[in-house]
Ligand binder design. Structure first.
Ligand SMILES: [Zn+2]
Length: 105
C-alpha cells in the first residue's frame, strides 16, 4: 500500500514540484506536459496481463526499454522537448524505484 501511494505521488505530485523549481515561469504548463508523459504507460497494453503490480516495467515494455531511456536523455538537449524529456526520465526513475521495491520483497 505504501509502495502504491509513493508510486502515484511520484508520478503525479513530484512533477509539480520539479515544475515549480525548474520551470518557474510556466510551471503549470510544465507540470501538465510532465503528467502527459504518463502516456508512455500505453505500452503496457501490449503486455499480457497489461497490468501486473509485481512486474518491473523498466527493460520490459518498449517505451520503458533502455534504448528508449537513452533517447529520452538525448531529448534533454533539444530545448523545445526538454520538459517532455524531464517528465519521461522522471517517469522512468519512478518506475525504476518501483522495480527496486519489487526486488526487495
Ligand atoms: Zn511507466
Amino acid at each position: 500500500m505504501v509502495r502504491i501511494v509513493f508510486h502515484y505521488a511520484m508520478h503525479l505530485l513530484a512533477p509539480g514540484l520539479i515544475a515549480k523549481i525548474a520551470f518557474k515561469n510556466n510551471w503549470k504548463k510544465a507540470w501538465l506536459i510532465m503528467l502527459l508523459t504518463l502516456l508512455a504507460d500505453i505500452d503496457h497494453l501490449f503486455a499480457s496481463p497489461f497490468f501486473d503490480l509485481n512486474r518491473c516495467s523498466i527493460g520490459y515494455h518498449p517505451l520503458h526499454s533502455y534504448i528508449a531511456i537513452v533517447i529520452y536523455a538525448v531529448l534533454l538537449f533539444v530545448p523545445r522537448l526538454r520538459i517532455v524529456s524531464v517528465g519521461l526520465l522522471f517517469h522512468m526513475l519512478t518506475d525504476f524505484i518501483d522495480c527496486l521495491w519489487i526486488s526487495a520483497q
